[in-house]
Design a binder for this molecule. Structure first.
Ligand SMILES: [Zn+2]
Length: 277
């Protein structure tokens, strides 16, 4: 609760900021002047191990893979006019994404805006791909048709994957009124933002990935189609030129339109995950 007396007294005196705000700023400026301690970790740590108490501690994790998904056309849903179907659409999309990425063993999943991001370690590139294609298949085969039937709107998915070094620590209030929900992990670095930006470019349910992630993908099961329906195997990925787009710190992306095939999807997915073991 705000202290009315305190604000009344301050309303009489001159100055730019309230003294309590000055105190917050001066304490943070002191930390800004201190040295930072960065510990290198090869894998994404368990969330409970991510530093929060010591203000100068950070973890640095190289080559983290980030998968980002959100709805394409979500502005057609209205929290005002169609509150119930909008609520259901968000639940179906978001919760399914979280549960699918979790089932594939993502060590860290969170919500950014109204999208979901899932992180994978550097040695899980095929698992990250298999998880994202599984979710993408869900969007095409279940989500879009179900929302279309309920709202007559076409809502698809945006999908992006990037990979690069991140710094992580927790920020926030360790305890607020006996609860700890005013703190969260901050992942500083490119891959989460770049995966979200790649996803924002994707249309027609395509998955867009950066070249620095795609260079890990060498097995032909992840590059060529299964051959259905007539036995012709084709290249699944299309090169995309981003050289003129200053929002990206790489020049080339690759995009994939296919979803898991009705006949071979299950075995392709299971075999892709095995490549990481
Ligand atoms: Zn097939």
């Amino acid at each position: 609760m705000l202290d009315n007396l305190f604000f009344r007294e301050d309303s009489e005196s001159e100055g730019r900021l309230l003294p309590t705000i000055e105190n917050i700023i001066s304490s943070e400026v002191d930390y800004f002047k201190q040295a930072v301690s960065i510990t290198l970790r090869s894998k994404i740590p368990d969330t409970s191990q991510i530093p929060i108490e010591n203000p100068i501690y950070w973890f640095k994790i190289p080559n983290v893979i980030c998968c980002f998904v959100d709805m394409e056309g979500s502005t057609k849903l209205s929290a005002n006019l169609h509150d119930k179907s909008t609520a259901k659409a968000y639940r179906l999309f978001t919760e399914t994404a979280i549960r699918i990425f979790s089932k594939f063993g993502s060590p860290y999943i969170d919500i950014k805006g109204d999208g979901v991001f899932a992180l994978f370690d550097y040695d899980q590139p095929y698992t990250a791909m298999a998880a994202t294609i599984s979710f993408k298949t869900f969007v095409a085969e279940y989500f879009t048709p179900m929302i279309k039937e309920k709202t007559s709107q076409t809502i698809g998915g945006h999908f992006g994957i990037d990979q690069k070094t991140v710094l992580v620590r927790k920020f926030g209030l360790k305890r607020y009124q006996g609860r700890t929900d005013r703190q969260n992990e901050v992942w500083a670095g490119k891959p989460i933002n770049m995966a979200a930006k790649l996803a924002s470019l994707s249309t027609n349910n395509r998955l867009w990935v950066s070249d620095r992630y795609f260079k890990n993908i060498k097995d032909e099961k992840a590059i060529y189609s299964c051959g259905c329906p007539d036995g012709t195997k084709f290249l699944l990925w299309q090169e995309e030129d981003l050289a003129s787009d200053s929002r990206f710190d790489f020049n080339t992306a690759y995009s994939l339109g296919s979803n898991w095939c009705e006949k071979h999807g299950k075995s392709f997915c299971a075999n892709l995950v095995k490549l990481d073991k």
